[in-house]
Design a protein around this ligand. Structure first.
Ligand code: ADP
Ligand code: GLC
Length: 488
């Protein structure tokens, strides 16, 4: 198949979260399987500095019947996949990606409408006639509408079907309702069952409403999106898609995340020989100025600092368990409100807690390799990748039973009767007391039930969520989108 893959971020080029990991690994796996896939993304300022070769000096993008935008197209390759970068200085050459660090850019509607339309124009300009247009989240949702309303009527795109993936339904790209004409929309879309959202335009709705098939990044999250309290307000939209809306679990890039070969960590290790893991823990303790000993359990967390990740529960729980005999290492960037609370926690417990504000891929690998337990009590989690990396690294995940966390971690029973299968521990509520009790249990297991802890580690290290499988699921979805398109 020929697949046009539009994404606002791709790991290795620009990453703010798991969308980037998926936008790199899924296309790479599809290329491995013999498909022709091209990625289109913005040429952000940091990419402009790399001076990738120009393939098209000028691409003309008609945004409205009377106005064009223009960009230069550069090209690079990542994991064997061709990536086209749209160089549009006014829209993309700025400090942030989606926001200035605090608030979203006021022209995000225009910026990502441009990406959505330019992707289609570029395909035509370079003679790449896609079978499938694959889009993700609010940033490229409009492309599904443009294909349906503007391009699908041309011979070139007459057979192209679309798939829209919801990685995170809480970000919806709300944009001023006054912009409908500028975004190439018609006024009849300003209805709640279309793109209207309390007077604004909701870009995610465009993907949900107009793609031939829609998927959430785990079966559990799909079910949550159909349920009013967990749908981020869009349950009617999802519900209206009936069987066209499915859940497909992400994979993990085990080439990147493998403790047996990881070049970032102090010593490689495997499930059969965990001595290297103890060495990794001691190396990190040394690096961070903590007591160096493999006789202390280490809890870790690496994340965007946002309420989604459960910091309102995690911080109070950590305040209660931060004491001698436990070490806590946190890496994250984002909401200054949480950063401040975590700095305070580290300040109050200089012997046991380290908080590193920032974004560092090498450090994230070192932390996964060092940790005994990985904390991820998200309020909601569409799929989650860090718990999957943690399983592979023997950092036993402590999660909340939601979305992809519920689908990837097998929780240990109270009576440990499922010790042969269990890979982690879970809480059900979002109450800090429940999380505190669970962490207390984790500490107890680590000190007093070494065999149970080892079983959890080794079961998790043996679990696999491969992109081979996930890519096959996407191929089946692409095929069903093509079949649906043929019959409409
Ligand atoms: P989300 O996409 O909601 O942020 P995921 O678990 O799907 O959550 O993916 C997050 C990705 O971003 C993981 O690869 C994780 O390691 C990475 N990440 C998040 N914050 C940081 C950070 N501060 N430093 C390094 N990597 C980070
Ligand atoms: C989103 C979700 C996360 C998911 C990632 C990749 O950012 O928050 O749960 O793993 O997308 O699909």
């Amino acid at each position: 198949m020929k697949i046009l893959y539009l994404s606002s971020e791709v790991q290795g080029l620009l990453k703010t979260g798991g969308l980037a990991d998926v936008s790199r690994a899924l296309p790479a796996e599809l290329v491995n399987k013999g498909h022709d896939i091209r990625i289109v993304m913005p040429c952000y300022r940091s990419l402009l500095e790399k001076d990738f070769p120009v393939v098209l000096p000028t691409l003309i993008v008609p945004m409205t019947p009377t106005e064009n935008e223009y960009c230069t197209v550069r090209v690079t390759e990542i994991s064997g996949v061709t990536v086209y970068l749209l160089e549009h200085h006014k829209y993309f050459s700025r400090h942030g990606v989606y926001d200035d660090g605090v608030t979203g850019y006021i022209d995000n509607g225009q910026r990502f409408a441009f990406l959505s339309k330019a992707g289609l124009e570029l395909a035509k300009a370079i003679g790449f006639q896609p079978d499938i247009l694959h889009t993700s989240d609010w940033q490229t949702g409009l492309a599904a509408y443009y294909l349906r309303a503007h391009y699908g009527y041309t011979d070139y795109f007459a057979k192209t079907a679309s798939v829209h993936t919801v990685h995170n339904g809480s970000y919806q790209g709300q944009t001023s309702g006054a912009l409908w004409y500028q975004l190439g929309l018609t006024e009849d879309l300003m209805r709640p069952e279309m793109l209207e959202d309390y007077g604004q335009i909701n870009l995610l709705k465009a993907g949900i409403r107009f793609a031939d098939k829609v998927n959430a990044v785990s079966p559990g999250y799909r079910d949550e999106l159909l349920d009013i309290p967990t749908s981020h307000g869009l349950n009617q939209m999802y519900y209206s898609r009936g069987e066209d809306f499915v859940g497909l679990l992400n994979g993990c890039d085990y080439g990147e995340w493998n403790p047996e070969t990881d070049p970032h960590i102090a010593q490689n290790y495997s499930a059969d020989d965990l001595a290297g893991k103890a060495a990794c823990k001691m190396a990190l303790q040394k690096e961070l100025g903590l007591t160096v000993s493999d006789q202390i359990p280490m809890f870790a967390n690496i994340s965007r600092l946002t309420s989604q990740k459960g910091y309102d529960q995690l911080i109070p729980a950590l305040q209660r368990i931060a004491r001698d005999g436990v070490q806590i290492v946190l890496l994250g960037s984002g909401d200054p409100h949480y950063a401040h609370q975590l700095e305070e926690l580290a300040h109050q417990h200089p012997e046991t807690v380290r908080f590193i504000y920032g974004y560092s891929e090498p450090l994230s690998h070192k932390i996964e390799a060092a940790a005994d337990y990985y904390l991820m009590p998200s309020v909601f989690e569409p799929c989650g990748l860090n718990q999957i990396y943690s399983l592979r690294y023997g950092a036993v995940p402590i999660v909340r039973r939601t979305g992809g966390l519920a689908g990837t971690v097998v929780p240990l029973n109270d009576d440990e009767s499922n010790l042969q299968q269990a890979t982690g521990l879970h809480v059900i509520s979002t109450h800090p007391d429940e999380l505190t009790q669970l962490i207390e249990r984790a500490i107890w297991i680590w000190y007093h039930s070494k065999a149970s802890f080892l079983a959890l580690q080794q079961n998790g290290m043996a679990a696999r969520f491969t992109w081979d499988q996930a890519a096959n699921d996407y191929l089946a979805l692409y095929q069903s989108a093509l079949d649906a398109r043929r019959t409409t």
